[in-house]
Design a binder for this molecule. Structure first.
Ligand code: HEC
Length: 155
């Protein structure tokens, strides 16, 4: 039996909506992969500055964790890790940037912050400095992997 035209039109619209949604959710706002193999994520200048400032905050947290390790201070190590964990109230910038990030970027970014929360919990549960450093080093492979995969371009 032939489908009425409006049903075919509705199906076509639904398919189109799904494709558009998938494109934005999976690819985010990205450009062509460069010669260096990295995918550019296209952000506004303000959003790029925001992300880069967050990145510099990560380095500060790593320095604090290293200092804590040198002092054999597991509690200070845990609080430095906690400061890089998931924040209860994401800022307006986080929300607008999240909409433009490709899914791989989001998975690594969210995974990174969640694992800093896990490191903070490990510190509370009595882990040694060596155990905390092991968990931190494992987490830092996400820095390496994401930097090898993505760069930021301002629109
Ligand atoms: C989910 C992806 C992702 C993860 C995870 C990630 N970064 Fe980045 N980071 C980026 C991108 C993209 C840039 C911009 C690179 C470019 O445009 O060349 C960047 C830039 C930086 C910069 C440069 C900041 C500036 O002012 O120019 C630093 C420092 C940095 N990251 C540190 C880290 C550290 C440390 C970690 C891990 C603890 C980390 N990042 C994890 C994606 C990531």
């Amino acid at each position: 039996m032939k489908k009425p035209l409006y049903i075919s039109a509705m199906l076509a619209m639904a398919a189109l909506t799904t494709i558009v949604l998938l494109k934005f959710v999976i690819l985010g706002k990205t450009g062509e992969v460069g010669d260096d193999g990295r995918t550019p994520v296209i952000l506004t200048e303000h959003e790029r500055d925001y992300v880069l400032a967050e990145m510099r905050g990560l380095i500060e947290g790593l320095v604090a964790m290293n200092e804590a390790a040198l002092d054999n201070d597991t509690q200070a190590f845990g609080s430095a890790a906690k400061s890089l964990g998931m924040h209860a109230n994401p800022s307006a910038e986080t929300t607008s940037v999240m909409g433009k990030l490709p899914v791989g970027f989001k998975v690594m970014g969210v995974g990174l912050h969640k694992d800093f929360d896990k490191i903070a919990a490990l510190a509370k549960s009595g882990a040694t400095i060596t155990e905390l450093q092991r968990a931190l080093t494992d987490n830092m492979y996400k820095c390496v992997a994401c930097h090898a995969s993505y760069k930021i371009e301002a629109e």
